[in-house]
Design a protein around this ligand. Structure first.
Ligand code: GDP
Ligand code: IMO
Ligand code: MG
Length: 429
């Protein structure tokens, strides 16, 4: 069998978690391949909202295996809090959660470094989630990192102390205010204690060679869904650098993030919102700094699932979507949140950019580095609720027109259309 992939085509928060949960019954294994607790994946099950940060979004299906892959980085304390929340809701992750021994650990000092770097950058800051993502991936690449497999070794504490000292010496050269020493408003020493308590708990979870597990499962005919975090425009190579995250969020990241060959990739579900959002700094050509943008934010409840920050909102950007489709080899499009625009009488859609008087159809290095003027086409709104619609044919004609427009531009079908946060508010074609 193949590994199907589900990932975001924009700047994250497209609604990946919801769709992974909806698709999970079709798969044997759900595996996260990159990112860490910078992610916030929301599932709404029977009216109850759950936000997952590190744990794959298939966890609510006890008969399905969920894997935190080697490409993921995890903060043990955040992970243990996530586990506790699941247990409180009657889910027992001990029966179906496996963790790669090769996944790296986010240390409390990675979080302090993240905060110190951001503070030092002032107005030019990335707008990171302050979860220690950049510093942890930096240590991974620089070969200083500590992995889940290390927590089983007798010299784990030594390794921890050595890396912590390294971080403290870097921090000493930064002029930051004392708030940096608070992590999620918790004093460093307390956070560190929670972190070690979490390590004790995680020692009792199955820590595995997930690349062997997954490849064997594929050979036995099992199916795998790889769950992406963040979005393609936050990819460290192809996103709006430097305003990106520190991992490869695109399909290519699945191979290195799970240890599977490119030939094992099957379908690629590309998830996008019917409009765009972005949280944090960086270019956003179709951003709306007006009432329409505010309407999208309020109506779409566009506030970060991880940090609670208001998300920047704007119109759908087709050059950016085409670029993401190209990078990922998307086979199936998944459109989310069209319902948020139910009341609009007309909807803009960006088809190209004007750069220095010239029209450009592609998202390029230049269009992501310079101010551009989006070129819009205006389509009529459907001005009707989508409540209760379960069949594509019953959708308002003007919403189908909007979808057709995107499909023609993308050269791909929209296979799934989401009309609300709930599992049941999903139309499949
Ligand atoms: P993810 O990070 O890609 O999993 O997305 P987030 O969970 O951060 O953000 C998506 C938000 O939109 C969550 O609050 C979801 O509950 C919500 N959502 C998902 N699909 C829909 C939809 O079709 N319509 C509406 N109105 N909300 C949705
Ligand atoms: P999900 O998986 C939206 C953004 C941050 C910041 C930049 C770098 O829920 O879609 P980082 O903490 O990774 O160093 O931050 O990336 N960012 C996200 N934005 N959704 C996410 O995840 C994000 N993860 C990181 O806001 O701009
Ligand atoms: Mg999110």
């Amino acid at each position: 069998m193949k590994v199907d992939v589900l990932l975001g085509l924009q700047w994250g928060d497209e609604g990946k978690g919801k769709i992974v949960d909806v698709l999970t019954p079709q798969y044997d294994i759900i595996a996260r391949f990159q990112g860490g607790p910078n992610a916030g994946h929301t599932l709404q099950i029977e009216g109850d909202k759950h936000v997952l940060h590190t744990i794959p979004s298939g966890i609510f299906h006890p008969e399905k295996v969920n894997i935190i892959g080697n490409g993921v980085i995890a903060d043990p304390y955040i992970l243990s809090q996530e586990l506790a929340k699941l247990v409180a809701k009657g889910v027992n992750p001990r029966v179906n959660l496996l963790i790669s021994k090769r996944a790296h650990l986010i240390l409390p000092t990675h979080r302090m470094l993240d905060a110190a770097y951001e503070q030092a950058m002032g107005a030019g800051k990335i707008g990171s989630t302050l979860k220690g993502i950049g510093p942890c991936y930096t240590d991974k690449t620089a070969r200083y990192g500590i992995r889940f497999g290390d927590i089983l070794a007798p010299d784990f504490r030594e390794k921890y102390d050595k890396l912590k000292q390294r971080h403290l010496s870097i921090l000493a050269s930064y002029d930051f205010d004392h708030n940096i020493q608070l992590i999620d408003k918790v004093r460093f020493s307390d956070y560190e204690q929670h972190w070690f308590d979490a390590i004790e708990e995680l020692r009792t979870f199955p820590l595995i060679d997930s690349e062997l597990y997954i490849n064997r499962a594929l050979a036995e005919g099992k199916s795998v869904l790889a769950e992406g975090a963040q979005g393609s425009l936050l990819d460290v190579d192809f996103g709006s650098y430097p305003y990106v995250t520190s991992s490869n969020t695109i399909t290519a990241g699945v191979c290195s993030g799970l240890g599977i060959p490119p030939s094992a990739i099957g379908k690629v579900y590309g998830v996008f919102k019917a409009y765009c959002t972005r949280v944090g700094s960086g270019p956003f050509p179709t951003e709306l700094n007006d009432e329409t943008g505010e309407w999208l934010r309020d109506n779409g409840k566009e506030f970060g699932s991880t940090t609670g920050r208001p998300r920047r909102c704007g119109w759908l950007d087709l050059p950016a979507l085409r670029y993401a489709i190209m990078l990922n080899g998307v086979t199936d499009l998944v459109m989310m949140k069209a319902d948020v625009m139910n009341d609009f009488d007309s909807i803009n859609i960006c088809t190209g950019y004007e750069v220095s008087g010239k029209t450009v159809q592609d998202l390029t290095y230049e269009t992501l580095s310079n101010p551009v003027n989006p070129i819009y086409e205006s389509l009529p709104g459907w001005e009707q609720s989508l409540n209760g619609i379960v069949d594509y044919n019953q959708l308002p004609a003007k919403l189908k027109q909007y979808t057709d427009f995107i499909e023609k531009d993308a050269g791909l079908p929209v296979k799934i259309l989401s009309t609300g946060p709930g599992r049941e508010e999903t139309i499949r074609r």
